[in-house]
Ligand binder design. Structure first.
Ligand code: PGA
Length: 246
């Protein structure tokens, strides 16, 4: 399966950073065997997509409705209109801070598809859940509730992001990554058949140039969702190179 390395800029980036975004896109352009994308703050989607019309610029969230009385929200149609090709939905930071439920995330993923966007649907357990031996049941429960019934690999990817590994410099053991990605794959195939076999399962949480090669060679790790290490070409490129070599 072609790997996908997607950057998540979170709430970082001003118009002064458009040059850095262009530098990242041109640095990765030589790696035609890997899909890459940059998910930017909503304010930068239009300007970045205008400067990089062929590149996969994405959003980080969308509302489930096309339009309406939702002050402060951005719809998938608006992201698409601004030039986005994809969006993240259900990131753990939004599940925690904005109280997004699995049903909300499922609605957002469907809205993304309806607007012609690809979706990266995030799942992942907290440290307390892992310590209690509930990591797999939590993640498979989120997966069941967050994926629409028409999910398939042509438009949707899953990102497994242990909450305790995000921005902390800590990653799970390779055995734990292997077990979780296998469990997610089995659940996808059981529910979606061949369509589920083609859904990319990204790993996210402190992936960087030092650990990417090991993580990306694990079976059923089909790419990465990269936060901090996506903010510069210098940090992002080694991850894309590791994906190309994996
Ligand atoms: P990180 O973030 O790479 O900075 O840990 C990943 C994410 O939250 O998607």
């Amino acid at each position: 399966m072609r790997k996908l390395i997607a950057g998540n800029w979170k709430m970082n980036g001003l118009s002064a950073d458009l040059g850095a975004i262009e530098a990242i896109a041109s640095a990765v352009a030589g790696h035609s065997g890997v899909d890459t994308a940059l998910c930017l703050p909503a304010t930068l989607v239009g300007p970045a997509a205008t400067r990089l019309p062929g590149y996969a610029i994405g959003g980080q969230d969308c509302h489930m409705a096309v339009s309406g009385a939702h002050t402060g929200c951005v719809s998938a149609a608006m992201l698409a209109d601004a030039g986005a090709k994809l969006t993240i939905v259900g990131h753990s930071e939004r599940r925690a801070a904005q109280g997004e439920s699995d049903a909300d995330v499922r609605g957002k993923a469907s809205a993304a598809r309806a607007a012609g966007l690809n979706a990266i649907v995030c799942v992942g357990e907290t440290e307390a859940e892992r310590d209690a031996g509930q990591a797999e049941s939590v993640v498979l429960g989120q997966l069941q509730g967050s994926l629409p019934d028409d999910a398939n690999g042509s438009w949707l990817s899953v990102a497994y992001e242990p909450v305790w590994a995000i921005g902390t410099g800590r990653i799970p053991s390779i055995d734990d990554v292997t077990a979780m990605h296998d469990a997610i794959r089995n659940a996808l195939v059981a529910r979606f058949g061949e369509g589920g076999a083609a859904i990319r399962i990204l790993y996210g949480g402190s992936m960087n140039g030092d650990n990417a090669a090991v993580l990306l060679t694990v079976a059923n790790v089909d790419g990465g969702l990269i936060g901090g290490a996506s903010l510069s070409a210098e940090k992002f490129l080694p991850i894309v190179e590791a994906a190309a070599a994996a």
